[in-house]
Write a new protein. Structure first.
Length: 197
């Protein structure tokens, strides 16, 4: 018995196999690129979540500081430096981004405040360091020429030809925070508030 081989099968030399291998390599490279892109996106989303959480944790210091300036608080009438409360009666030196250098260097911070005032949460692995500075050039009673002040616009109309009294002025204070979290993350937050003179 004689077996015959079809003519077309004798001419195939593995060209289809070569094309299939090339296509598989291209698909493999595309799959690796998609996986790397997803990992980058997840890392970015995680970093944004860390940042948002640290900013939210910083709200603790804002609440504590505003309570110190409330009536009867430890800084309600402060017009000179109070290092025990991390308060500076004059404007602090800042870097190019506007962050007080006292938050960037522990030695500089020692001249402004005490690290015992840091707010720490061991469970969340968060530490909050803050400084408060009054935006004035000199300590003592605030003046309109030496301090940044805001004034409220007068409300309502006039009752007659007599102009309304001038609005009260309020000195501007700046609260700067350094919030340190897990994995050596840090966020700097600033807020300003006023206190009527």
């Amino acid at each position: 018995m004689k077996i015959s081989i079809p003519r077309g099968a004798a001419r195939q030399h593995g060209v289809v196999l070569l094309f299939c291998l090339i296509v598989l390599v291209i698909l493999l490279a595309g799959g690796v690129a998609v996986v790397r892109s997803m990992n980058t996106s997840l890392t970015t989303a995680g970093n944004l979540a860390f940042r948002r959480d640290l900013v939210n944790q910083g709200e603790r210091a804002i609440s504590a500081v505003l309570a110190k300036f409330a009536s009867g608080g430890t800084l309600a009438g402060a017009t000179t430096d109070v290092p025990g409360e991390n308060f500076k009666a004059t404007k602090l030196d800042t870097n190019a981004q506007g962050v007080p250098t006292a938050l960037l260097d522990d030695k500089a911070f020692a001249a402004v405040g005490k690290d015992s005032n840091d707010i720490t949460d061991a469970t969340a692995q968060v530490s909050i360091r803050y400084v408060i500075d009054r935006l004035c050039t000199d300590s003592g009673n605030p003046t309109s020429t030496g301090c940044v002040q805001s004034s409220a616009a007068p409300s309502g109309g006039t009752a007659g030809p007599v102009p309304p009294p001038p609005p009260p002025t309020a000195t501007v204070y700046r609260l700067s925070l350094r919030v340190s979290g897990p994995r050596d993350t840090q966020v700097f937050v600033q807020s300003t508030f006023t206190k009527p003179d």
